[in-house]
Design a protein around this ligand. Structure first.
Ligand code: 6R9
Length: 571
């Protein structure tokens, strides 16, 4: 689509001199904001929380506004700091040490954030899981990470197969403790009895902080490992991209089970000491507008799926709310449709700033900076300190307007440092000094990047990355399913939906009830967002001679596209 560029914002915005800043910028310059200049050691929990709790100007400032249908709570920096100290003391009492993995499997709540910082304060590695995960998804992640402690709730504990998790030493329950004879620790009881003073465990920049599991096109989900050093980039992008100012009320809609919900739902806003809105529960357009209005949100970070839903509900709905506090909008996770940007201009009278990055990259890399003009449909330009390019499969740079692999020169502050337990997988991301993203894109003559699609089979449904292999594996666990091939099918609101092609075992015949049963089987076994919305029964699933499912071919059939090279197709 050819659409007119949207002029840059005037006023207070950062990085007006984009090219100039790129030339002179050094990541080391950001360091001066942090404590390690004096001590040589760091802790994200100090920079994002305790620093503000120690400062008389900010200690009583609201850090967190928690809002859910059944509960509202506000915590100051001082309160959140003390509660996380208490929780760190609880972990200490149970022998948790630097480097241990401590997982969180619970809905967003004030306790989640206190526990999260408690984990960092003791130098342990936090592993947040989506509350939507079912047993297998939970098992895979806790087994692979060899987590020692899990923090969860009565509602979710049934999905934790404790007997299959030999490394799991302690289960801490937030809220009502189940009376099923389990060996549980009561969060409230322990925290109430713990001291609110804790000696922070100071760590090195390269020490582990966070494990986020994410899906690739093959194999089980992989543990993307991030270190404290990421704070440099969280801080910088909080200023340049989120444009955070002292008095802002900021809201990021992402769940902390997703990297956006940690990097930009926890770290960036609190490194800048701004008030952070955390909204639990399910979302509807009224709910979104209501939250924006009620808390006078000024900076909002959300996803194309959410924005498309707002578009489909019309501008009329928006007009019944007072959204005058809103001044800056951003989007991440999927391509941002130019139509949505146009709608945003009319409806909010604001530009929507697309941002591109990944779980593996840890922080934003290619963005629409406030000071740059927006070309609708483009992800924008690399932030200072980041070199991005389009490369061929050997890692050679391609000229403008040529499609290829979107790649980043390796070595930025928030880059993952490992794939947990899988060094060869980690190595496979890098070619010739470039981190190769798996996305295809091109760069225009003016340096704007344009997303074209995924190069692998990873599905992006409502902004969630789903690996087809995981869904296929679950499908064939159902007694009726012989083989399965899973693809992403374009969908106007959700980006893609999951479509499964299956073959049935001999004794079974296709009925709507059976297909529904299979869908529910994936939903309850894996997670709701991984359940196929469409299931089609086939006589056979196309495979290569080496037995790999040809998802590309399934997709071409589905979309009525030419099937391309099928020379490796098995008879
Ligand atoms: C932060 C996050 C990463 C994949 C990425 C790409 C897609 C993310 C995008 C985008 C088009 C954008 N993606 N941002 N596609 N435009 N602005 O989303 O991490 O869940 O790991 O997903 O999402 O395909 O490779 P993650």
């Amino acid at each position: 689509m050819d659409m007119q560029a949207i002029a840059s914002k005037n006023g207070n915005f950062n990085l007006k001199d984009y090219e100039g800043t790129r030339e002179t910028f050094r990541w080391e310059d950001v360091n001066k904001h942090f404590t390690w200049n004096d001590t040589g050691k760091v802790n994200m929990a100090y920079e994002a929380l305790d620093r503000h709790a120690e400062d008389s100007k900010t200690k009583d400032k609201i850090a967190l506004i928690y809002s859910a249908p059944e509960r509202e709570a506000k915590k100051t920096f001082s309160e959140l700091s003390k509660e996380s100290n208490k929780f760190a003391n609880v972990l200490k009492k149970y022998g948790i040490e630097k480097g241990d993995r401590v997982f969180l499997f619970m809905p967003r709540s004030p306790e989640f954030y206190a526990a999260f910082f408690g984990i960092l304060k003791i130098g342990a590695v936090a592993g947040p899981l989506f509350e939507a995960f079912m047993e297998q998804a939970v098992r895979d992640r806790l087994q692979d990470s060899e987590a020692k402690v899990l923090i969860t709730t009565k509602e979710l504990i049934a999905r934790v197969p404790q007997e299959e998790l030999p490394h799991l030493e302690k289960v801490i329950i937030v809220g009502e403790v189940p009376d099923d004879q389990g060996n549980y620790i009561d969060y409230k009881e322990e925290v109430d009895g713990a001291s609110d003073q804790f000696d922070m465990v100071w760590v090195d920049l390269e020490d582990g902080m966070l494990l986020h599991y994410t899906s690739g096109s093959t194999g089980k989900p992989k543990g993307v490992y991030h270190v404290h050093n990421a704070m440099i980039q969280h801080y910088a992008t909080g200023e340049w991209v989120l444009d955070l100012k002292e008095d802002d009320v900021y809201w990021c809609t992402a769940d902390p089970g997703w990297v956006t919900g940690t990097s930009y739902g926890i770290f960036a806003p609190w490194l800048h000491g701004v008030t952070n809105v955390i909204r639990g529960g399910r979302f509807t357009p009224d709910d979104w507008y209501h939250t924006l209005e009620k808390y006078q949100v000024s900076v909002w970070y959300t996803a194309p799926t959410a924005l498309r839903m707002l578009v489909s509900h019309g501008e009329e709905k928006l007009r019944s709310y007072d959204l005058t506090a809103l001044r800056h909008l951003m989007s991440v996770g999927e391509p941002l449709n130019p139509e949505v940007i146009t709608w945003g201009l009319a409806a909010f009278n604001l530009r929507i700033h697309d941002t591109w990055w990944m779980t593996e990259t840890g922080a934003q890399l290619i963005v629409n900076l406030p000071a740059l003009e927006i070309r609708p449909g483009s992800m924008g330009k690399p932030i200072p300190g980041i070199e991005a390019a389009i490369v061929d499969n050997e890692g050679n740079e391609l000229p403008p307007n040529q499609m290829g692999n979107l790649a980043i020169k390796e070595g930025w502050p928030a880059m993952m440092r490992q794939i947990w337990n899988n060094p060869s997988k980690y190595e496979s991301y890098f070619i010739n000094g470039w981190y190769v993203s798996g996305d295809s894109a091109y760069r225009d003559e003016d340096g704007y990047f344009w997303f074209q699609g995924r190069l692998d089979d990873v599905i992006n449904t409502s902004g969630e990355r789903v690996g087809p292999f995981e869904v296929e594996s679950k499908l064939i666990e159902h007694p009726a399913v012989a083989e399965a091939g899973v693809i992403g099918k374009p969908h106007p609101e959700r980006g893609e939906i999951i479509k499964a092609f299956i073959t049935l075992n001999d004794k079974y015949t296709e009925t709507p009830e059976l297909l529904e049963e299979i869908r529910v089987f994936v939903k309850t076994g894996l997670s709701a967002h991984a359940a196929p919305r469409e299931i089609e029964v086939k006589d056979s699933i196309p495979k290569t001679r080496s037995g790999k499912i040809m998802r590309r071919l399934l997709k071409s059939w589905e979309l009525g596209l030419p099937t391309g090279d099928t020379s490796t197709l098995e008879e």
